[in-house]
Design a protein around this ligand. Structure first.
Ligand SMILES: [Fe+2]
Length: 171
């Protein structure tokens, strides 16, 4: 379950209904897909292609729903861990405030990561996502992304077009 920290008030939100409400108020889509369907004994680092396919299959109903309702076209699985080549350079692309023209759509499988969200007119939110959490940061929504100290995450990414998914840096 996600943990939200509101930066100014230091309010911490952990309870599911309140997390859902706070995300809704911040204009971010948050859903709990849960961990029950995660394949057992999944590698924590280099996932094999078979494991990636198994994961995409396990969450195919949700992925197909999003293809239909939001027009996405592809999905993949990404794993980052301390030994990932060029990890710091890769993370540095996304740890500064930016927007994308497309939605940023993620389902966390293993590990964790923090989306820092800048809701228009609202308080800045650090949303720490854990396995089972799904988020959509809408296109042109200011945010950045960081890993936690363990530098480890596996996530399903869903795209309209991965080639068009680039960071445009903003103030
Ligand atoms: Fe982003």
């Amino acid at each position: 379950m996600a943990v939200l920290t509101l930066r100014n008030s230091k309010r911490v939100i952990k309870e599911r209904a309140q997390v859902e409400q706070a995300c809704k108020s911040a204009n971010v889509i948050y859903e709990v897909w849960g961990t029950e369907r995660l394949p057992k004994n999944l590698s924590s680092r280099n996932l094999s292609d078979a494991e990636k396919q198994q994961l995409l299959k396990a969450f195919d109903p949700e992925i197909q729903r999003l293809y239909k309702t939001r027009g996405y076209k592809t999905a993949d699985v990404v794993t980052l861990y301390p030994e990932t080549p060029n990890l710091d350079a890769m993370l540095a692309k996304f740890d500064k405030k930016h927007v994308h023209s497309d939605d940023e759509v993620r389902f966390v499988v293993q590990g964790r990561g923090v989306f820092t969200l800048f809701p228009p007119g609202g308080e800045i939110i650090d949303a720490e996502l854990h396995p089972g959490d799904f988020i959509t940061v809408p296109g042109n929504y200011k945010h950045f992304f960081t890993l936690c100290s363990d530098k480890q995450i596996t996530a399903i990414r869903i795209f309209t077009d991965p080639a068009g998914w680039v960071a445009n840096y903003v103030d």
